[in-house]
Design a protein around this ligand. Structure first.
Ligand SMILES: [Zn+2]
Length: 900
């Protein structure tokens, strides 16, 4: 999967790199990537040690799956007929179990004789009598209706989306597909597939593979569109998008490329997708394996988080679309590249189980960097890797390895390990093997495992075979154990002997999850302009290396090729750091020097940084110089930033505004207002508007009111004003904010609207009379967008009016397992803390009663279970040994004579 954008504190999936480059603020990094962060967030919460997870047994080989689906956009339901062709693998098959969540099944028929079938809210189990022999190709057909809560998402005017932009899209990974069709839902199995969708004539339908036919059905008056994926892929990659879409087309070689968006947004498509053909060409060269599928489509859909790499049909969120006004700040390059790379890594070969997810996500992440290097130069790629490393090297409470089985929820795997860290592991491998050998290994790995499922050892064994070297240790320390090395490096010059002494210590705690690392790298000495490189091997806790040199070096660099993921503490003389900062041939050396300067407060350093901020040729160095000045935080540092607001490169300009905002002083307010007056770029304006929230001032009120009511792309400027209003926390804004939310809901992105509701609750929470706001928020608790529903429930908790308790209680559950129930649980806790109506004793009493109720429910379940078992004992057992008294609704096919 790909990336999203938004999660503030809780999540971090995805494509962190692209953002570092394009300059999106750290706090918005979280928006993400392949995947849907939202779920990752939920998964993180319950990330306790769990039982190890393994791929399930494949009892049958799934050969082909045909899904015929008719959506009802108005009612947000589907009618479906799914046919699965399979053959038992090693044993005759008596019971065939298909994953199917909440499908309303009306019939199950088969080419074999079936004795019956049972349906639960999770599966359909079909019983064959006699058993289907090994290798016998058999079909089962399931007819059903569904109102999918996951897996297939409607976006319709009834839900608050624009008229004329009606569409639906699907999302399979990790286990959502069974919500819209029955299947074997695990990536250790592959089959060909066919999707048929019946829609009104004016709608478009896209799916995997190639278009086979499109014709009107005179009976139903619907257009029937049929797509065929004739190369086997895993179940979670089956996808469908249908609706009122706009389309632009292009071509690379003989591969058709098309981009789709909801009809009204097609004018923004070109910005996001313009590099696709160039990327295809680059990746075919770099990977050495031709693009494996019939076409490449990308479809931007509403309120989709990030991107998803379905075979030949990537689905992305409309959040990736942007306008020209943001200059070079916004870009879809990282996301588009990431999803495209998945067509090889993830689709052509697919991780066999979720513990090997890095084989999908790590490659997709690293190859984003490779394209960036090709397009924008090696420095850009290195700066991207540096940004990722800064994120990876943060302290974390856990040291999980990249290949990790003890997860509860497969979404836990979509985190910093399988994306950024795995990408870095590939970068280390490529640095060590050299580009040519790395390419050869990757190409061989792909060709050998084409169209199949893979595990880590498949990749490792190819490297060993082609290099003759053992990679056990490399994989053991980086993939099967956690963390990275912490290194303290020091340098001394021994003038008498003309010796440079380099000492290296590994300081990370060695545990059963973290090894002492063993790696090869270099030390570089620069004497005047001459480079002297010395290889070193670090295989212990502490090393002293001595190097004889012609003269004392002016620069010493550890790991100058930037091929090691490690926390490096290297104290150097200031003069050496200044030289390093001015060496434009070594961008990582410059960035490392800037990092070191954050600790300094002296005027000379501030002057140097100001000079770099205004004159360095590379934008990422200029941007980091700005951040370093913010960290230094002296009056001189502020002046230096204030003098540097004029920047041609919008990414640097935005950074300077952000860093100036990090100083709380009256001059900052003046500068922010000046920026707001003069700046045309909305991405920079947003930063300035948001930071007005730190200043209680009459003029601030006026400006915020103006932007609250302003019209901008996706209402982004109004959203920034709302964030400021929340920070200001002034009841003055209650009425105007409520009015904007009420009148302009559709102009906001759902998530922004939700935050608006919460800001309204936040600034109203200390009012004596909260009735109006409470009623207003209560009006959204049944909103058809569940994100807004959950947001409104959460806002009621923030508002703290205990009269909302009965409303919120109707959404609560003893075991919350979706966003709405979780929001209700949290809101209830907040609401019950409000003492004026609910004294502590009553809160406790209520909790005790709740506990009793849960206890009683549990006892009742146990009692039911005992009863059933007793009943079962009294009944004769079926000849196949199956228990008759299963509480699923067991059915018999309607007409047995048609089964054969
Ligand atoms: Zn991905």
């Amino acid at each position: 999967m790909a990336r999203i954008i938004r999660l503030t504190s809780c999540v971090f999936l995805v494509c962190v790199l692209g953002m570092a480059i394009t300059g999106i603020a750290d706090d918005r990094l979280e928006e993400l990537q392949c995947g849907r962060l939202v779920f990752a967030a939920a998964a993180q919460e319950k990330a306790a040690i769990a039982e190890p997870q393994y791929a399930p047994d494949r009892e049958a080989d799934i050969l082909h799956i045909t899904i015929d689906v008719t959506p009802d956009f108005k009612n947000r339901t589907i009618a479906g007929t799914t046919t699965i062709k399979f053959a038992p693998i090693s044993k005759p098959l008596t019971e065939f179990r298909l994953n199917a969540v909440d499908l309303d099944v009306s019939s199950v028929t088969s080419s074999a004789k079936i004795e019956g079938y049972s349906v639960t809210d999770e599966a359909i189990t079909i019983t064959f009598e006699p058993a289907v022999p090994v290798g016998a190709e058999t079909t089962v057909t399931v007819v059903y209706r569904a109102e999918p809560k996951k897996g297939l998402y409607f976006r319709t005017p009834e839900m608050g989306y624009r008229e004329g932009d009606t569409h639906l899209y699907t999302q399979g990974e990790t286990h959502e597909a069974p919500h819209w069709y029955p299947n074997y839902d695990y990536p250790n199995e592959r089959s060909t597939s066919e999707v048929i969708c019946r829609v009104p004539e004016e709608m478009m339908v896209i799916s995997n593979g190639r278009l086979v036919s499109e014709q009107m059905d005179s009976n139903s008056g619907l257009k029937v569109v049929r797509w065929l994926q004739d190369k086997p892929h895993v179940n979670y990659l089956i996808a469908l998008v249908a609706g009122n879409l706009g389309k632009i087309e292009s071509k690379y070689r003989d591969i058709p490329i098309a981009f789709y968006t909801p009809a009204s947004q097609i004018k923004y498509a070109e910005n996001s997708f313009k590099d696709t053909a160039d990327m295809l060409e680059f990746y075919e060269q770099e990977i050495g394996v031709p693009y494996p599928w019939d076409k490449y489509n990308q479809a931007a859909c509403e309120d989709f988080g990030g991107g998803m790499e379905n075979t030949s049909l990537t689905i992305l969120g409309t959040g990736t679309l942007f306008t020209d006004e943001t200059e070079n700040i916004r870009s879809s390059q990282g996301l588009v590249a990431h999803e495209l790379v998945h067509q090889w890594f993830g689709d052509y070969v697919t991780c066999k189980d979720w513990s090997h997810l890095w084989l999908n996500e790590g490659f997709a992440t690293y190859y984003e960097d490779l394209y960036d290097g090709y397009k924008n130069g090696r420095d850009s790629m290195l700066a991207g890797l540096y940004g990722t490393a800064s994120y990876l090297l943060r302290d974390r409470p856990e040291h999980k390895p990249i290949v990790y089985r003890s997860y509860k929820d497969s979404w836990e795997q979509f985190d910093y390990r399988t994306y950024g860290k795995a990408g870095w592991v590939l970068h280390m491998l490529r640095t060590e093997l050299g580009e040519e050998m790395f390419r050869k290994c990757v190409k061989t790995y792909l060709e050998r495992h084409a169209l199949s499922s893979v595990v880590t050892e498949d990749f490792r064994s190819v490297i060993e075979e082609l290099t003759g070297r053992s990679y056990d240790r490399f994989f053991d320390q980086w993939i099967y154990h956690g963390r990275h090395p912490d290194l303290t490096v020091s340098y001394n010059w021994l003038e008498k002997d003309k010796l440079a002494k380099i000492s290296i210590e590994q300081t990370q705690e060695v545990t059963e999850n973290v090894l002492l690392f063993n790696f090869r790298t270099k030390v570089r000495f620069i004497i005047k302009d001459e480079l002297i490189d010395r290889e070193i091997v670090v295989d212990g806790k502490q090393h002293d290396f001595y190097f004889r040199l012609p003269d004392e070096p002016n620069i010493v660099r550890f790991d100058p090729d930037y091929g090691l993921l490690a926390n490096i503490k290297f104290d150097k003389p200031m003069e050496m750091l200044y030289e390093q900062l001015e060496n434009h041939k070594d961008v990582i050396g410059q960035l490392r020097a800037l990092e070191a300067f954050k600790e300094k407060k002296d005027k000379k350093t501030v002057e140097k940084l100001k000079d770099v901020l205004n004159n360095d040729p590379f934008y990422a160095v200029r941007r980091n110089a700005s951040s370093a000045l913010r960290e230094i935080h002296t009056a001189e540092a502020f002046e230096a930033l204030a003098d540097s607001l004029v920047q041609d490169d919008a990414r640097v300009r935005q950074q300077v505004v952000r860093d100036i905002s990090g100083f709380y002083r009256s001059e900052t307010l003046t500068l922010l207002k000046r920026t707001i007056r003069n700046e045309k770029n909305p991405a920079i304006l947003e930063v300035a508007i948001r930071n007005l929230g730190l200043y209680q001032h009459k003029s601030t009120r006026r400006l915020l009111l103006k932007y609250l009511q302003s019209v901008s792309f996706r209402n982004e400027l109004a959203t920034a004003a709302i964030e400021a209003i929340r920070m200001l926390n002034e009841p003055f804004f209650i009425v105007p904010l409520q009015r904007v939310l009420d009148e302009r809901e559709m102009d906001f992105r759902s998530w922004d609207f939700t935050r608006g509701l919460n800001a309204l609750a936040h600034i109203s929470r200390n009012e004596d009379d909260k009735t109006k706001v409470c009623n207003f928020l209560a009006g959204y608790v049944n909103h058809p967008k569940d994100s807004i529903q959950a947001g409104a429930i959460g806002a009621l908790g923030t508002l703290g009016d205990p009269r909302a308790i009965p409303i919120v209680e109707t959404f609560s559950s003893d075991e919350p397992d979706n966003n709405i129930e979780r929001a209700a649980e949290k809101a209830l806790k907040e609401l019950r803390q409000h003492k004026q109506l609910v004294p502590d004793e009553i809160v406790r009493l209520r909790e005790t009663v709740d506990e009793f109720r849960k206890e009683t429910d549990k006892l009742k379940e146990e009692l039911d279970d005992i009863k059933k078992r007793l009943d079962a004992k009294e009944k004769p057992v079926e000849k196949n040994g199956k228990d008759e008294t299963s509480d699923s609704n067991k059915n018999t096919p309607p007409d047995k004579s048609e089964e054969e």
